[in-house]
Write a protein of this length. Structure first.
Length: 256
């Protein structure tokens, strides 16, 4: 890590000669914050941290010892009068929102982009309410993010780059996400991802999931078949190919 002189965003009139702000690292590597413009922005989860956005670049910064970042004055200051980090994660799906034309007011977002389709996918965001704790989401247009639990976001009808895109959550995240490019997934709470400029292929795409604990997987009898191809021949048991295995496991005796 490296340091820079900390005269700003310290409070004017406070002498901090010789004090340095520690640069923790590029925010893109450690948080899901998206810059709404140039300036200093608080980290909603840590009063001692803030985001510095400048000419398309941004950094994740720490305030000097003994100070915290003031959201009101946009600077490191003594005291924590206006620092109240949210304690509750956003609820799925009501605290989340999709936007295809800029960051919505009152939300924090990850930037969903695909460089190979920059004419369409440059101002798309997946967001959660500002008064909620960051869920730690990350977007990748070049494969899964290491040490995270990732869900592939693809659209087979769109051949321009949509084969290695992923939305990722921390491994201990309560969010269990599933992607569909052919309508909502039955029994799931879904949020539509829509891009009107690319509507011929992006009109029935949904990110579905839950933030509730899922029931344990059913116990499979030792005499169940390993190959579920026979089981899939029974549409009354396996209506959806994505859940065919699970359904067949529960009814494997009937499928033999």
């Amino acid at each position: 890590s490296s340091g820079i002189n900390a005269e700003w965003p310290l409070r004017p009139g406070v002498t901090m000669r010789g004090v340095f702000v520690v640069m923790v690292g590029l925010v893109a590597l450690v948080t899901s914050f998206t810059c709404p413009g140039d300036g200093f922005y608080p980290d909603v989860n840590d009063c001692k941290k803030y985001h510095w956005c400048y000419f398309g670049q941004y950094w994740y910064m720490s305030c000097p010892e003994g100070t915290t970042f003031s959201a009101k004055f946009r600077r490191c200051d003594w005291g924590i009068a206006d620092c109240h980090p949210p304690k509750r994660l956003p609820s799925w799906p009501q605290d989340f929102k999709w936007s295809y034309n800029r960051i919505p007011q009152g939300y924090h977002c990850i930037h969903v982009k695909e460089p190979r389709e920059r004419s369409y996918w440059y101002d798309n965001y997946f967001c959660w309410k500002q008064n909620r704790k960051s869920p730690g989401f990350r977007w990748s247009h070049s494969g899964p993010v290491r040490n995270m639990r990732c869900t592939r976001v693809n659209e087979p009808a769109d051949r321009y780059g949509w084969h290695d895109n992923y939305i990722c959550v921390p491994n201990n995240s309560p969010y269990k996400l599933k992607w569909s490019y052919a309508g909502k997934i039955k029994g799931q709470d879904c949020i539509r991802w829509y891009e009107p400029s690319d509507r011929h292929t992006w009109n029935d795409n949904y990110l579905c999931g839950t933030d509730k604990e899922e029931p344990p997987e059913p116990t499979i009898s030792p005499d169940c078949v390993d190959d579920w191809s026979e089981c899939r021949k029974h549409p009354e048991m396996c209506e959806n190919e994505e859940i065919a295995t699970l359904v067949c496991q529960r009814t494997c005796r009937k499928c033999k």
